[in-house]
Ligand binder design. Structure first.
Ligand SMILES: CC(C)(COP(=O)(O)OP(=O)(O)OC[C@H]1O[C@@H](n2cnc3c(N)ncnc32)[C@H](O)[C@@H]1OP(=O)(O)O)[C@@H](O)C(=O)NCCC(=O)NCCS
Length: 200
């Protein structure tokens, strides 16, 4: 599918070597991300760090090397022998939305990291991201049904988003009495993570 669209997915700076500068690509994506209300807006440096550590992916046009999509895993916490990550900064350029790139990143990138034993969750207030997650087998959880250290490590939004009571009574937290209306924040576990979490 990527091939048909003239696109390629890369997972490391080694794959970019000599073709295009990582920071140039990320700066282009960063600019586009600024108008997105559902993103937490990491810096170019933070995105580059994830990428060079092997915890990110990027989709580029094959001919021009113009970057059109990005996603990364952000380390959250260790719980017992498990390392938990958040699937975040998931972004597709506006002129490439709706053709399946979000789905590709959810499927290829996530399964690659699940195989490495990582526990992966996603949080989002974006209905399109919820839909992509559903298509890819992510399972919704109420955050308080997860171990506290795990959901707390993910709940780092500013008071502008959570409301004055902060993360404990976040006004966006799906499944909690103080949360109501549209734009709620949904916790979702990746398919493998969900299976293991249900069993344990
Ligand atoms: C979320 C995002 C990554 C999805 O990327 P994408 O490449 O368009 O995703 P896909 O094409 O694989 O699938 C999109 C799906 O969402 C659906 N969708 C789009 N807008 C929707 C909406 N408002 N409500 C519900 N579903 C919606 C599409 O119909 C499609 O589902 P379908 O295949 O069943 O028709 C992209 O919209 C984006 O970058 N948004 C801005 C950044 C952002 O908010 N990221 C999420 C932060 S947590």
């Amino acid at each position: 599918m990527l091939d048909d669209l003239g696109l390629v997915i890369v997972f490391s700076d080694v794959e970019l070597a000599g073709l295009v500068e990582l920071d140039t690509c990320l700066a282009k994506l960063y600019e586009q991300m600024q108008s997105e209300p559902h993103l937490l807006h990491p810096s170019v440096h933070e995105m580059a760090e994830s990428f060079t550590q092997g915890n990110a992916c990027m989709i580029l046009e094959k001919e021009s090397f113009c970057p059109v999509a990005f996603a990364r895993l952000i380390f959250l916490t260790s719980s017992g022998s498990d390392n938990w990550y958040e699937f975040g900064t998931v972004f597709v350029s506006k002129n490439y939305r709706g053709v399946g790139l979000g789905t590709v990143m959810y499927q290829i990138f996530i399964s690659k990291h699940e195989k490495l034993g990582k526990k992966i969750l996603g949080t989002t207030t974006n209905p399109a991201a919820i839909r992509v997650g559903q298509k890819c087998g992510f399972v919704m959880w109420k955050r308080r049904d997860l171990p506290e250290e795990i959901w707390r490590s993910s709940c780092v939004c500013s008071i502008n988003k959570t409301g004055p009571s902060g993360p404990d009574r976040c006004r966006l937290a799906y499944g909690e009495e103080q949360a109501e209306g549209e734009g709620l924040c949904y916790f979702r576990l990746s398919p493998e993570t969900n299976l293991k979490q249900v069993k344990s």
